[in-house]
Ligand binder design. Structure first.
Ligand code: B4P
Length: 188
């Protein structure tokens, strides 16, 4: 089982690239952002709980995320691989992920980190706001999401570097060129 984590700040293109990688290799694409947004749009009890938090650009609690991921792994226990997009986002989530994978007799295979400067991130997310109207793509919420990223998620770079699992990939350029670089990092 190949377990790939696609890592990066909000707007780095994790979702965009994760879909392409999952399609190419036949792996299961798990986007925690998409899972949470679908709960919100269906108005489930979980969705009602996380709606305000997401709209403010704050991270949803580790407890809920870990519960969601356990159920994803249980449902897909025969998968050949996973592309994790947006998870883990805290050190606690990363450690829980390790524990879940051990239970399945596997480990994190690779972490690919998309490097994109902050000016480009904001530009992309504001463009998406115009195209898709996502509630967390306003200028103020984007600022919050970047603060959350620097406080809680960026420290994972050190965690995965120390495990020798991290590779950096330039996340600026055409979607196809970035995809090619990611695929090269997967096979090398
Ligand atoms: P996510 O849905 O994961 O949101 P994201 O970080 O904005 O997306 P991504 O980096 O995937 O960017 P995308 O490809 O869409 O999270 C949303 C919220 O959910 C969080 O704020 C949090 O509240 C909650 N959440 C999710 N996971 C959680 C967790 N584990 N723990 C706690 N809370 C969690 O690309 C962005 C835009 O750029 C798109 O419009 C795209 O078309 C464009 N783009 C992509 N590549 C490009 C390129 N090369 N050039 C130009 N534009 C490009």
């Amino acid at each position: 089982m190949f377990n790939l984590i696609l890592f990066g700040p909000p707007g780095a293109g994790k979702g965009t690239q994760a879909i392409k990688i999952a399609g190419k290799y036949g792996w299961v694409h798990v986007s925690t952002g998409d899972i949470l947004r679908s709960e919100v749009s269906q108005g489930t009890p979980l969705g009602l709980k996380v709606k305000a938090v997401m709209e403010a650009g704050i991270l949803v609690s580790d407890e809920l995320l870990i519960e969601i991921m356990e159920s994803v792994f249980r449902k897909n226990n025969t998968a050949g691989g996973f592309v994790l997009d947006g998870f883990p986002r805290t050190l606690n989530q990363a450690k829980e992920l390790d524990r879940m994978l051990v239970k399945l007799g596997t480990i994190v295979s690779l972490v690919l980190s998309l490097d994109v400067d902050e000016e480009e991130l904001v530009k992309r997310l504001l463009k998406r706001a115009q195209e898709q109207g996502r509630k967390d793509d306003t200028e103020e919420v984007i600022k919050n999401r970047l603060v959350q990223y620097h406080q809680h998620t960026k420290p994972l770079i050190e965690y995965y570097e120390s495990e020798n699992l991290l590779k950096n990939v330039m996340g600026v350029g055409s979607i196809d060129d970035i995809f090619t670089s990611l695929c090269e990092s997967i096979i090398s």
